[in-house]
Design a protein. Structure first.
Length: 264
């Protein structure tokens, strides 16, 4: 029997308000101790000022990309994104990747919301057959991680958040107390790229394409992949390939932002 989902309980809403106020005060306090400036407009004492935050509006976008499953069949992978990759979203994300990890809090709620909504949708549809859906972040290369000292995608999921499931309601509230634990089941292949000379066309393609390796731990698990931006979908397609190859069951993908579809 289908019943309409009930709204979040009042105490959750008010605790969210208290948290928001606390967070704002904390930001002010931090700004006084550690001088900072808005990564967009340069206003002092905020990583991203209120005016610049207000320009970012959540607008969910869903698109599907063709992927090839383990059996060689082509199927569609749905990718859900929170905002368009343009304007201040783009500026802030680039700043985060260039080391202003303090600005990630301006984007993190958007990614958490789209992730929470997508997980709720998948749970409700019964796609995971009652089992927990694992969230697998897109990995950074070892080099960029060393340079930055953090992983942008993971930072965006975790930043300033107590709980990703704040947006889930009804039957899924039970999960609300559980934080999403990211599973680092993907890593960038560490290898010297083979010399392309003498390789067939297919081999060349594989040499370029297969850049990710998945852990055997992902086998038989239901998975949602999370990334910062979808452009052509090639990174997500590659993650899907790597995870499926090891027996992971990828149900969908979520990204913070999406760029307009590129003509093929
Ligand atoms: Zn600003």
């Amino acid at each position: 029997m289908a019943s309409s989902p009930s709204p979040p309980p009042r105490f959750l809403l008010s605790s969210q308000r208290v948290w928001n106020t606390l967070r704002e005060s904390l930001r002010d306090a931090v700004g006084l101790v550690l001088p900072t400036w808005c990564v967009v407009c340069g206003t002092e004492n905020r990583s991203v000022c209120g005016a610049c935050r207000e320009t970012i509006v959540y607008r969910e976008n869903r698109r599907s990309i063709p992927v090839v499953d383990r059996a060689g069949a082509v199927r569609e992978l749905w990718v859900c994104s929170a905002v368009a990759y343009e304007g201040n979203v783009r500026r802030i994300l680039l700043a985060v990747k260039e080391g202003r990890s303090d600005a990630s809090g301006a984007l993190a709620p958007l990614l958490r919301r789209v992730l929470g909504d997508e997980l709720a949708r998948l749970y409700r549809s019964g796609a995971s057959a009652g089992r927990v859906i694992r969230v697998v972040p897109m990995p950074s290369t070892a080099r960029s991680e060393r340079l930055r000292g953090f992983r942008p995608v993971e930072l965006l999921v975790r930043s300033g958040s107590l709980c990703v499931f704040g947006f889930l309601e009804g039957a899924w509230r039970q999960d609300a107390s559980r934080r999403v634990r990211l599973k680092r089941w993907l890593r960038v292949r560490r290898r010297r790229r083979k010399n392309q000379v003498g390789l067939s066309r297919t081999e060349r393609q594989r040499n370029v394409d297969e850049t990710l390796v998945a852990s055997y731990q992902c086998a038989t698990n239901f998975i949602v992949i999370v990334d910062d931006v979808i452009t052509t979908g090639s990174s997500l397609r590659e993650s899907y390939r790597a995870l499926s190859e090891k027996g992971g069951i990828v149900l969908g993908a979520v990204t913070l932002a999406h760029t307009p579809r590129h003509p093929v």
